[in-house]
Design a protein around this ligand. Structure first.
Ligand code: C5P
Length: 231
């Protein structure tokens, strides 16, 4: 898979999601389905979006004991998603078990990427709540290296971290980056943002874009603008 724009379909129902996707008559964007939509609608939403011809990043961020993650990943693999993810904080054995679970009998599997530290976690929370005392930037890179060691395909990270992840883990290790905004657009609650063109420049492999597309007056035009700047 090459560089692509993934639309974060952060909708609460299948009806809203399909009303949005129906606007795209000439292209089939790569879509991200998160916990809200998946928990509301269940696996049928994945099957239906797949049936319509979209690639899917299923963003469920698994984190449990290795055996449970392995069996759950086998279920997600049967749904034929293209990318799924987990928390690198589950440790290397959990990530290895996840890969095992994802791998189908014919050896094929969805791509598997790791969340390092959530962007909502800051240095203070990490130290006070998690009792991790290293600098957060180092923790993020260490977790990325753990994901690489476990055999994963990449990480979700800020576009600002993508270059460093590639330096450390190799250019083939995927960086999937949210926090993307148009130069003339609203930031919303995202703090550390980049434009699609800057994300391209810094070497992100996939950008995940939600509200700049889903909230646009013309979502198809906004999507095309992202693709033109990034791909
Ligand atoms: O609407 P917006 O473009 O901010 O959407 C970004 C998407 O990426 C959302 O689905 C959000 O949950 C997700 N995400 C993020 N930051 C992370 C991880 C995921 O914004 N660190």
């Amino acid at each position: 898979m090459g560089k692509d724009v993934i639309i974060a379909c952060d909708f609460a129902s299948a009806a809203q999601t399909f009303a949005f996707l129906d606007k795209f008559t000439d292209e089939k964007p790569f879509v991200k389905i998160g916990m809200e939509l998946f928990y509301a609608e269940g696996p049928s939403i994945v099957r239906e979006i797949k049936r319509r011809g979209h690639k899917i990043f299923l963003d469920l961020k698994l984190h449990d004991i290795p055996n449970t993650v392995k069996k759950s990943m086998a279920v997600l693999s049967n749904l034929d998603v293209d990318i799924c993810n987990l928390h690198a904080g589950g440790t290397i054995p959990m990530m290895e078990a996840a890969l095992e679970g994802l791998t189908r009998e014919d050896g094929s599997r969805p791509l598997l990427i790791a969340v390092t530290q959530l962007t909502s976690t800051d240095q203070q929370h990490m130290e006070d709540d998690l009792w991790i005392h290293a600098p957060i930037a180092d923790v993020v890179m260490h977790y990325a290296e753990n994901a690489k060691k476990a055999g994963l395909d990449g990480v979700v990270c800020s576009p600002l971290e993508a270059g460093k992840v590639h330096d450390l883990c190799g250019s083939g290790f995927l960086t999937v980056t949210p926090g993307v905004r148009f130069a003339d657009g609203e930031r919303g609650d995202q703090r550390r943002v980049m434009t699609p063109a800057q994300a391209k420049e810094i070497g992100s492999d996939y950008i995940v874009v939600g509200r700049p597309i889903t909230g646009a007056e013309d979502p198809v035009a906004a999507y095309r603008r992202c693709v033109n700047e990034f791909c």
